[in-house]
Design a protein around this ligand. Structure first.
Ligand SMILES: [Zn+2]
Length: 129
């Protein structure tokens, strides 16, 4: 199971291409200005089709954090690890891992980086800013 690679969602391909280059891409609606993440083909705020792609500076504040001690099998070798929900400065929220073992709290500033995830794809991690 861990070695299977599922097809990537076409709506998200530019995101993955950006991640491979260390760039955090999201979508920005030209009709209502909503910042959209995860990437979708239709704006969830107003329904406009095909929102444009944009590049985040990757900086934000921690909205929530939790440390996982009893991990599912695919992640067991990494436990304990910390998962964050981060509010990016461009106005969207996303999940990512904490890079390293720094103590973090809600409200702390962080910046995104990409590391190889458990499925071999680049995965977003955050480091304290
Ligand atoms: Zn919209």
């Amino acid at each position: 199971m861990a070695n299977e690679t599922q097809p990537i969602d076409p709506d998200g391909d530019p995101y993955w291409a950006g991640a491979a280059e260390g760039e955090l891409r999201y979508r920005k609606c030209g009709a209502c200005e909503a910042s959209i993440f995860y990437p979708r083909a239709i704006c969830p705020a107003c329904g406009a089709p095909d929102p444009a792609w944009a590049v985040s500076k990757g900086a934000g504040s921690i909205y929530a954090c939790t440390t996982v001690h009893r991990a599912p099998p695919a992640f067991a070798d990494n436990a304990p690890y910390t998962v964050l929900l981060v509010d990016l400065d461009e106005g969207f929220r996303m999940m990512g891992g904490l890079a390293g073992d720094a103590n973090v709290a809600v409200g702390d500033r962080v910046t995104v980086t990409f590391r190889e995830g458990p499925d071999g794809r680049p995965a977003p991690y955050f480091t304290p800013a």
